[in-house]
Design a protein around this ligand. Structure first.
Ligand code: SAM
Length: 332
């Protein structure tokens, strides 16, 4: 499970207040830049401290990641009508730790497509490319992460999966909204917690569908903007969730406290539904709410409900909205 998903309801703290919905994207008003994330010194130090904690005191909880990956694999198997093995797989936005690319790479040929250059190890060639494309801050963050946790985490993943070596994905670098991956080349296109960062989700989905062979499957999991930590303030993912009030980004009284760490398109559940209904009729939708209804639901008191009146409980308590479907032979 990723840091995003691991930041559970239990970590969040409650607060009171009065007012209306608002937004929290001040650090990225101009849209996505050289890298999808932002890098303040304080934020970088917080992430480094978190990496040290994960390396020496709280090792990554891969059991949870495996449980969720197996659940996704079972959903894919059901939708495909065959096991997820021996497939050409495209993962969009795998992130630097490549955990799912490694999980699905056990028995498939995975291509990892990301806006940011991803380096396994401290490969000077990849770091030169990263510097040119994504800037010095991205390089320093990736190098620090690699030294502190990267190698250790990959070795642990390989051991826990019972593999003898690391499945090496192919890498493609680009913006999925404008740089189309190879067409008709993949049996499965999958992505987690990336669509909410895309400036043009319709173009991204069009490019993803075009990359699939007829009958190929897409599996799109979106970390909802409207969920409690949908703001992507790094504190929520580095053990300091209680520094922020519940749904702080959606409330006029608390939005000034939020510092998002990445560009977000702020799409609502209804917009995602309309997009997939228009472009992929016949798809399946699954809402992953985990423990949020039980843990956070009761904390929506009368004051909070008033402040969040523009949002339905479904979109407040859903962490990930998952859209699954196949490309028909008529889709291009
Ligand atoms: C929040 S991370 C998610 C990483 C991983 N999938 C996970 O679940 O932990 C978002 C990833 O999407 C990538 N990304 C953001 N915008 C993108 C774009 N327009 N095209 C391709 N990748 C993008 C980022 O570089 C990053 O690796």
């Amino acid at each position: 499970m990723t840091d995003l998903q691991r930041a559970t309801a239990a970590e969040a703290a409650g607060t009171e207040g009065t007012s209306l919905p608002a937004a929290a994207n001040r650090h990225h008003e101009g849209g996505p830049g050289r890298t999808y994330a932002s890098f303040g010194v304080v934020r970088a130090l917080r992430q480094i401290r978190h990496a040290i904690r994960r390396r020496f005191f709280e090792p990554p909880d891969y059991q949870l990641l495996f449980d969720h990956s197996r659940e996704a694999e079972a959903r894919m198997t059901k939708a495909l009508g065959r096991p997820v093995s021996d497939l050409d797989v495209l993962e969009i936005g795998p992130g630097q730790d490549l955990a799912r690319a490694i999980f699905f790479g056990r028995s498939n040929r995975v291509t990892a497509f990301d806006h940011d250059v991803i380096a396994i190890g401290l490969d000077p060639g990849r770091y030169r490319q990263m510097l040119a494309r994504n800037g010095l801050a991205r390089c320093l963050k990736s190098a620090a992460n690699e030294i502190l946790i990267g190698h250790y985490a990959r070795a642990r993943l390989v051991r826990l999966l019972g593999l003898s070596s690391l499945p090496q994905p192919q890498f493609l670098v680009g913006d999925i909204c404008s740089d189309a991956p190879p067409k008709n080349a993949f049996d499965l296109a999958m992505t987690w917690s990336a669509f909410e960062h895309f400036a043009d989700p319709a173009r991204a989905l069009k490019n993803i569908l075009a990359s699939l062979r007829p009958g190929g499957l897409f599996y799109v999991s979106i970390h909802l903007w409207t969920c409690n930590n949908g703001h992507h303030d790094i504190r929520s993912f580095t053990g300091q969730a209680d520094a922020l009030p519940l749904w702080a980004h959606l409330r006029r009284s608390t939005q000034h406290l939020v510092r998002p760490s990445a560009y977000l398109n702020r799409w609502r559940l209804q917009q995602w539904r309309e997009l997939f209904s228009q472009m992929c009729p016949g798809h399946t939708e699954i809402l992953d709410q985990y423990e949020h209804p039980e843990v956070l639901g009761p904390r929506i008191d009368a004051n909070l409900a008033r402040e969040l009146a523009d949002y339905g409980r479904e979109e407040l308590l859903t962490v990930n909205a998952v859209f699954i479907g196949t490309k028909s032979k008529y889709q291009r």
